[in-house]
Design a protein around this ligand. Structure first.
Ligand code: NAD
Length: 477
């Protein structure tokens, strides 16, 4: 597919293009234009016009257009899923799952269009004030820049664009240069559903070029970003005075308590699925598992047994469980981190082999020292680290020993332990008897520490993407 940018509803091509490759075998999937600051300038100008046009739509009309968009996407599920497989390298089952979630995210956003609400302000609750009546409203910000990562190009873009439009904003989207084709198709679909073409713009290109220009643009009132911590920090240092929502990385931890012996097979399956879905390239992939030492050996046996059953290979095939990582560079780094952990004393008990440039066996590494990058940083690959701990307190301390804080999980039957874990673990979300990888699209989702700022989930994104305007009447004059 020859990709293009979408500016004011027009397809924009450029001489300079970026190639998109199928991560599984490196074959060419398509090209996208290498957009630059001039394209961003045009897109922002378009979005300013789009914002004026959005003001003419009622909440009901925005609701109806988003509903229509959800229906269109649902009808084209298979096509979108096939494109996701080719761009991201995720398995066809994972891709169908992402499309289903994106339909839901748009539907949830449609509903939120009706609930962009303020409330009355009691002006006369201040001493000496009489006869003043008023309220505050939530109003859209204007032009919002949406910068998205490679791993869930469809659903994560919907998490930004659909609430932004529900609240009456206009958007300029800068998708990942690895996976832009899906986002171009999404942009077209939103315009087809009825949004003003000027309100939905897609500029493709590199982060340091198109992305940077969008971040620095003074007429962009907010940058909503999902991606790595490094990029998030760069964006916030360059963007100046605007709002930011930052959905960044993590190295999610889970603790398995001493009373879980009977449930180890189910827990091991959940942990492996959470660690190896999308070849571990999920921001809430299970990366660090802390097992009470009395269960350590049994758990390792179970998790290895389950992991060995997973089929690694061509993501286009229904039977494949684990596909490739995004590119060779990512695979090189992941292998290097496994080797580093081993050189520091860890042991690979399952997997650990590279099957091609981008295919890595699902890998279980035990007794990983805390100084290893496999423990400290975000691996973003099909690897889980399993360590023993001697108590709940040690489990909490180990989960917290991370620069990140997106989600964490605990398996226990002890309600006090669950509460203590939920209270003391520093994360945006705590899952009890569930892995940290659990997410539904309506829940508040986001991190603390280096995992980010702000919350997504349409209701919460609408709050981030609006500002409060206070209106006061003097009824005595
Ligand atoms: P990335 O940070 O490399 O790129 C993300 C986006 O930022 C891309 O569109 C890229 O072109 C753009 N970009 C890069 N440099 C830029 C700059 N200087 N200015 C503006 N834009 C720039 O991330 P990635 O490799 O695509 O995605 C993986 C990362 O995303 C992981 O760290 C993962 O944890 C994170 N992630 C987080 C969430 C979440 O919800 N918290 C969800 C998915 C992925």
């Amino acid at each position: 597919m020859k990709g293009y940018m979408l500016i004011a509803g027009k397809k924009v091509f450029k001489k300079e293009e970026i190639e998109i490759h199928f991560p599984y075998d490196g074959s060419l999937v398509g090209t996208i234009p290498r957009g630059d600051s001039k394209d961003v300038e045009l897109a922002v100008e378009s979005a300013k016009v789009g914002f004026e046009k959005m003001k003419e739509l009622t909440a009901y009309e925005r609701f109806r257009i988003l509903e229509r968009a959800a229906r269109l996407l649902s009808k084209r599920s298979r096509k979108f899923a096939q494109l996701l497989v080719m761009e991201v390298g995720k398995t066809i089952n994972e891709a169908m799952g992402e499309v289903g979630r994106a339909v839901n995210t748009i539907t949830l956003s449609a509903e939120e269009a009706k609930r962009v609400l303020g409330e009355e302000v009691r002006f006369d609750a201040a001493p000496g004030v009489k006869g003043k009546v008023g309220f505050y409203r939530r109003v859209p910000l204007g032009v919002i820049g949406c910068i998205t990562p490679f791993n869930f190009p469809l659903n994560l873009t919907c998490h930004k664009v659909a609430p932004a439009l529900a609240a009456g904003n206009a958007v300029v989207i800068k998708p990942s240069e690895n996976t832009s084709l899906t986002v171009i198709k999404l942009g077209e679909l939103l315009i087809e559903a009825g949004f003003p073409p000027e309100a939905v713009n897609v500029v493709t290109g590199y982060g340091e070029e198109a992305g940077d220009a969008l971040v620095r643009h003074p007429d962009v009132r907010m940058i909503t970003f999902t991606g790595s911590v490094q990029t998030g920090k760069i964006i916030m240092s360059r963007g100046g005075l605007k709002k930011y929502a930052m959905e960044l990385g993590s190295n999610a931890g889970v603790y398995i308590d001493k009373d879980q012996k009977e449930k180890l097979p189910q827990i091991a399956e959940k942990v492996a699925r959470g660690g190896f879905a999308l070849a571990g390239q999920v921001c809430i992939s299970v990366q660090r598992v802390f097992v009470h030492s009395s269960l350590f050996e049994d758990f390792v046996k179970e998790v290895v047994e389950f992991t060995r059953k997973l089929k690694v290979g061509d993501p286009r095939l229904e039977e494949t469980d684990v596909g490739p990582v995004i590119d060779k560079g990512a695979a090189d780094r992941i292998m290097e981190w496994i080797e580093e952990a081993v050189s520091l004393g860890a042991e690979v008990v399952c997997g650990g082999k590279r099957l091609s440039d981008t295919l890595i066996e699902p890998t279980v590494v035990i007794n990983v020292p805390r100084e290893a990058r496999l423990f400290r940083s975000e691996v973003f690959g099909p690897v889980i680290a399993v360590n023993g701990v001697n108590s709940l307190e040690e489990g909490i301390e180990a989960v917290n020993d991370s620069p990140y804080g997106l989600q964490a999980g605990i398996f226990t039957d002890n309600i006090k332990a669950a509460f203590k874990f939920a209270e003391e673990v520093e994360c945006g979300g705590i899952m009890v008897n569930e892995i940290p990888t659990f997410r539904v699209d309506q829940m508040p989702y986001g991190g603390v520490k280096e995992s980010g700022i702000g919350r997504e989930g349409p209701k919460f994104a609408v709050e981030e993407m609006t500002e409060i305007k206070t209106i006061c009447f003097d009824t005595t004059l």
